[in-house]
Design a protein around this ligand. Structure first.
Ligand SMILES: [Zn+2]
Length: 97
């Protein structure tokens, strides 16, 4: 059972990036700098938008990439939201009133 507590992991994302001070661009190998981005994830029945995701952005080619930990957290969040939305959409006032 998922609760709103699952969204607390969002607060930990910044800390994960702090532990990895330097990253090279996976595309061109140049230095990248820390940034935040917005990701839209298709859920089938709607779209989940996560804002302020910590990422690395390449100075040279503008490629954006995430650390493995951040990718994992995004996947966990997506799963949590899918489950939550399924719970919420079950409630139909016309049928229960
Ligand atoms: Zn690059």
């Amino acid at each position: 059972m998922y609760t709103i507590d699952d969204f607390r992991v969002l607060n930990n994302l910044e800390n994960i990036v702090e532990r990895r001070p330097s990253m090279k661009c996976m595309k061109c190998g140049k230095d990248s700098y820390k940034d935040t981005t917005t990701e839209a994830i298709e859920l089938g029945f709607g779209v989940l938008v996560i804002r302020n995701i910590p990422c690395y952005k390449c100075d040279e080619c503008d490629e954006i990439f995430y650390t493995g930990d951040v990718v994992k957290k995004i996947e966990q969040l997506t799963e949590a939201v899918k489950k939550l939305m399924q719970e919420l959409t079950v409630i139909d006032y016309a049928k229960v009133a």
